[in-house]
Ligand binder design. Structure first.
Ligand SMILES: O=C(O)[C@@H](CO)OP(=O)(O)O
Ligand SMILES: [Mg+2]
Length: 421
């Protein structure tokens, strides 16, 4: 057996896909090595862990070198829970505000990577076991708006595609890319000033309304779906905390404001009119009540997904489950700081019939780690864009994982089962 004792640790400052500073951690084992880096969000939930103490990357790095790393030496990297628990202990706060959540998640992921390398198994297998054979459906951002487009595009942050009828990962990815391409052709017609610009996540950035975005996306999906021969659904991430002003949801582009009641009717109307199968954060991050009302009325035909609402936090998810607030949860390991906590959220979600959606951040890294996390955690959906180097790193890794699995590989059937009901 290889020796997976942590012998040495390193940390450095690198840049994420948005050009922001982030941290990369290196883990040296007696018989192995692993490395990982932390992504960052633009529309962050207020219950996420603190990225860097005092917002200071350099302070996070010196804290790691002085008071985190020495305490981790000698631990066994193959026992993920122990390393993660030690990180929490060293930090001593609820939200990693002392050592920084970005450092914690980079350390946590690098540990898993190092152990998998030492054991000579793929990371997804180290995380999920040898019986893993299900691949997640890729959920991709096609048209961007909201905070991701400086408020100049549609008010809704993301218009998404989900090819839930695909039989293999390659066709699923191909479908998303075809939809992205088809939408480009339509945007050129709809917005004469459209330059072909894309936002941080590779989604098209055009000055169009929410209605136009949904019309264009629906049309493109219909076309690609009949060409590819399987079902493709559409959805949105409303990131409604960014629309909420304390009283109403403000749609700047549309020039209207909506009360929570009006917001509920508006979202229901969109689900009805466009047959949306996925709606993320339709209300601001404290409004469990409206989430519950929406889930109650359309949860049988649409995934109602909490991102800022839950922030991958098991105790916020527990509350959501009690109140019937959603039927799916975004899992962003960086929101909660360790793989163990993210895994706890996944288990809680699955045992209560919630679909876990493993997700990237708008400022991501060139690492492919997220693909292994999604597969290892058995998530039916991975949200990682459609195009862009840092997105492709994860999506292409799914193709490799499918190849590695060989004949037993299959798409996670719990998703189409749920959506075809
Ligand atoms: O809101 C979201 O779901 C994400 C990713 O798409 O955006 P950000 O990383 O900016 O929080
Ligand atoms: Mg979101």
């Amino acid at each position: 057996m290889p020796d997976t004792t942590i012998e040495d640790l390193g940390i450095r400052k690198i840049f994420n896909s948005r050009g922001e500073e982030t941290v990369e951690v290196e883990v040296y084992l007696t018989d192995g090595y692993g490395r990982a880096a932390a992504p960052a969000g633009a529309s962050r939930g207020s219950h996420e862990v603190v990225y860097f103490p005092n917002n200071d990357v350099d302070l996070a790095i010196s804290t790691f070198e002085k008071s985190v790393a020495p305490d981790l030496m000698g631990l066994d990297a193959s026992i993920q829970g122990e390393v993660d628990a030690r990180l929490e202990e060293i930090d001593g706060t609820e939200n990693f505000s002392r050592i920084g959540g970005a450092v914690a998640i980079a350390m946590s992921m690098a540990t898993a990577r190092a152990a998998a390398n030492a054991l000579e198994i793929p990371l997804y297998q180290h995380l999920g076991g040898t019986n893993i054979r299900d691949l997640p459906y890729p959920l991709g951002n096609v048209i961007g708006g909201g905070k991701h487009s400086r408020g100049l595009g549609p008010d809704i942050q993301e218009f998404l595609v989900l090819p839930y009828g695909a039989q293999d990962i390659y066709s699923a990815l191909k479908a998303n890319i075809e939809v992205h391409r088809t939408v480009f052709r339509e945007l050129v017609k709809a917005d004469p000033s459209f330059t072909g610009g894309r936002n941080d996540e590779g989604a098209w950035s055009a000055r169009i309304s929410t209605g136009t975005a949904l019309e264009i996306l629906s049309k493109a999906v219909k076309e690609v779906s009949s060409k590819m021969g399987f079902e493709i659904g559409i959805g949105v991430d409303m990131a409604a905390s960014t629309l909420w002003n304390g009283e109403k949801y403000v749609y700047t582009n549309e020039g209207v404001s909506r009360t929570p009641k009006e917001q509920l009717e508006f979202v229901k109307g969109l689900i009805e009119k466009y047959g949306l199968v996925y709606v993320e954060d339709p209300f601001y991050e404290e409004d469990f009540q409206s989430f519950a009302e929406l889930t109650d009325s359309v949860g049988d035909r649409c995934l109602i997904v909490g991102d800022d609402l839950f922030t991958t936090n098991p105790s916020r998810l527990s509350r959501g489950i009690k109140e019937g607030a959603a039927n799916a949860i975004i899992i962003k390991p960086d929101q909660i700081g360790t793989l163990s906590r993210a895994w706890e959220a996944v288990r809680l979600a699955v045992s209560n019939g919630y679909i876990p959606v493993v997700s990237h951040r708008s400022g991501d890294t060139e690492y492919e780690t997220l693909a292994h996390i999604a597969v290892g955690f058995g998530a039916p959906i991975i949200k990682s864009g459609v195009l862009g180097g840092e997105r492709m790193a994860k999506l292409n890794e799914l193709i490799r994982i499918q190849d590695y699995m060989g004949k037993v590989a299959r798409m996670n059937q719990s998703l189409p089962q749920r959506l075809r009901r």
